[in-house]
Design a protein around this ligand. Structure first.
Ligand code: SF4
Length: 417
């Protein structure tokens, strides 16, 4: 029996969500306590910055991109972005950056509502970036460095890399090592190399179990979707290098594997499987999740969620393995690598089609702009759709157009099936 495209279709709630909420709550209260009491120094870090080094040095580590995503998912970003525009930051640049700076200027944070007693984001003692993802993070942290009078330190990463060569690894490893002395001076302690090894090893294990979580969606019907993944990646983003993240994913993985055994899909009556390439539209997560569920289509895999899988981490060789992990990322790589990676993911997750999200303010995560969808379709035969939108600026998102295009794409795929 077929379900009409507009009929509401149940999405299954993941029981582990409550546990994740508790872990994230503890993380944010701990950060707040560090900043308010001065008990520990606070470092802000880009999502694939040297978080392992900061943790091993004893910093409480905060990720502004996670805050940007919270501003997006709570739909506050669109009204805050103009504040940053008025300060000279273009509406065309990263809308995490503009939303976050806008929030600071307006002294707003979704943390206050989610976690009573937290009045503001934790004040940093140092800002640490890696330009492996984009230049915007350096400019973003540069703004706070000037605003707050705190140092911004970072790694200038190679970009558009085809092969991750020993020379590139050496360059980045030296840059990470050069961060140690200034960070030791800020935190007032020497780096314990054994603690760094242990932290890198924990990040590796977190990465492996997160990969196992995502790979449960190879099962048909898929027990989780891309939209679930964007929520459950919180500990992988904010707590990699800690035991809490590992403990959480063990619980989540067990639940998802049980779903697989029981034949329980995240989308009832799954009839199509899609891949999502690019950023989520944070302010439309629920809407997009419901729209695809109503089409009985499971978005089973994504580059975005998989970007927190770092097979290179190795506690035995911490600096070089961190450098390699930060360089092997999809976003750092050149188009031939990206094409091979996507073809492999399409095949492993058995997808019927691929959606490229063209995010207006993030060219680095919009991989439809240099002919990749066409080349991929020619080589794999898997059809693609480009959806125009944005991660945080909802003025760039047309809900009507998204719905029309998604429904037409699903119809097309069903006809091909
Ligand atoms: S990669 Fe894109 S979304 Fe992420 S910080 Fe850079 S510009 Fe913003």
């Amino acid at each position: 029996m077929s379900t009409s495209p507009t009929s509401p279709t149940a999405r299954k709630t993941i029981q582990a969500t409550e546990l994740m909420g508790r872990i994230m709550r503890e993380y944010f209260y701990d950060l707040n306590d560090a900043a308010v009491t001065g008990r520990r120094k606070v470092a802000w870090c880009t999502s694939v910055g040297p978080a392992e080094l900061l943790r091993a040095l004893g910093f409480a580590v905060y990720f502004p991109e996670n805050h940007g995503a919270m501003l997006g998912s709570t739909r506050q970003s669109t009204e805050l972005i103009p504040e940053a525009n008025a300060a000279g930051y273009s509406p065309d640049i990263c809308s995490y950056l503009t939303a976050d700076i806008g929030a600071w200027l307006k002294q707003r944070t979704p943390l206050s509502k989610a976690y009573p007693g937290i009045e503001r984001v934790p004040r940093p003692d140092v800002l640490v970036y890696n330009t492996n993802q984009c230049r915007d993070v350096q400019d973003w942290f540069g703004w706070y460095a000037r605003e707050l009078g705190v140092p911004a330190l970072g790694i200038s990463s190679p970009k558009n890399v085809n092969d991750v060569t020993e020379g590139l690894v050496e360059d980045v490893a030296r840059q990470i090592e050069a961060l140690v002395a200034p960070l030791e001076a800020i935190v007032g302690a020497r780096l314990d190399i054994d603690r760094l090894r242990e932290t890198v090893a924990l990040s590796r294990r977190c990465s492996e179990i997160w990969r196992d979580v995502l790979e449960t969606a190879m099962h048909s019907p898929a027990p989780l979707t891309f939209f679930d993944g964007t929520i459950h990646m919180g500990p992988a983003v904010c707590l990699r290098g800690t035991q809490q993240a590992l403990d959480y994913y063990a619980v989540l993985l067990a639940e998802l594997r049980q779903r697989g055994t029981d034949g329980v899909g995240a989308v009832q009556g799954e009839r199509l499987r899609l891949y999502w390439e690019g950023m989520p539209v944070w302010g439309r997560l629920r809407q997009h999740s419901e729209m695809f569920a109503a089409l009985r289509t499971a978005v089973v895999a994504s580059t975005y969620c998989s970007s927190w899988i770092f097979p290179a981490f190795d506690g035995a060789d911490p600096f070089r393995s961190m450098a390699r992990a930060y360089l092997e990322l999809f976003i750092v790589r050149a188009e031939p690598y990206k094409e091979r990676y996507l073809a492999d993911m399409q095949q492993r997750f058995k997808v019927d089609g691929i959606i490229f999200h063209d995010a207006k303010t993030c060219p680095y995560n919009s991989n439809n702009r240099y002919g990749l969808p066409q080349r991929l379709q020619a080589s794999t035969g898997v059809p693609s759709l480009v959806l125009s939108g944005d991660l945080n600026d909802l003025r760039c998102v047309s809900d009507e157009q998204t719905k029309i295009n998604a429904e037409a794409f699903v119809e097309q795929l069903l006809e091909c099936a």
